[in-house]
Design a protein around this ligand. Structure first.
Ligand code: FES
Length: 169
């Protein structure tokens, strides 16, 4: 996954979009007839910019789109793809829904827990991995599957997961 540089957070009252995303923010807003429709794209931009969505970033999205903060918070909490707390450099999301479960997702998840020494929603002490169970990733024919950052990996088993982890810094 290619991250844009992660920007440090400033005090909520003073923080603005960093210079390098201003054109992208404006472009996202311009694609819709009403500003509020750009809430998902702006949340994505914010998450890419800060690595997660702290309250100050939600507030910034709300201010930018002239929305109430609770509305933006509601959108951000509805979608599991938005991180409301910091995550590791690699975000491992294992699908636990029926098709993947029948193909061994539970066994795979336990293997990851054991190998990484962390459970659901936790991050390794070195900040390298965050592990989560998630619902259907819409890759049901390739179960068990896992999303690693923005990439999908399908038809996994323990050996494939081990090999994959070795490739991730
Ligand atoms: S059940 Fe796992 S991707 Fe749909």
């Amino acid at each position: 996954m290619n991250h844009a540089p992660i920007m440090p957070l400033e005090a909520p009252g003073t923080r603005e979009w960093p210079e390098h995303v201003l054109a992208e923010v404006a472009g996202a807003i311009s694609r819709y007839p009403v500003k509020r429709s750009a809430v998902l794209p702006l949340l994505w931009i914010a998450q890419r910019t800060w690595g997660w969505l702290p309250p100050a970033a939600l507030s910034l999205v709300a201010r930018t789109l002239e929305l109430d903060e609770p509305f933006v918070f509601g959108v951000a909490t509805f979608y599991t793809m938005f991180n409301l707390k910091p995550v590791g450099r690699h975000h491992l999301q294992v699908c636990m829904t029926l098709s993947c479960s029948l193909m061994g997702a539970d066994r795979l998840f336990k293997h990851l827990e054991h190998r990484l020494g962390i459970g659901h929603g936790e991050t390794t002490p070195d900040g390298r991995f965050t592990l989560r169970r998630v619902e259907c990733l819409a890759a049901c024919g390739g179960g068990p599957c896992m999303q690693v950052d923005l990439d999908y990996h399908e038809n996994l088993d323990e050996a494939k997961v081990d090999a994959l982890l070795e490739t991730l810094e």
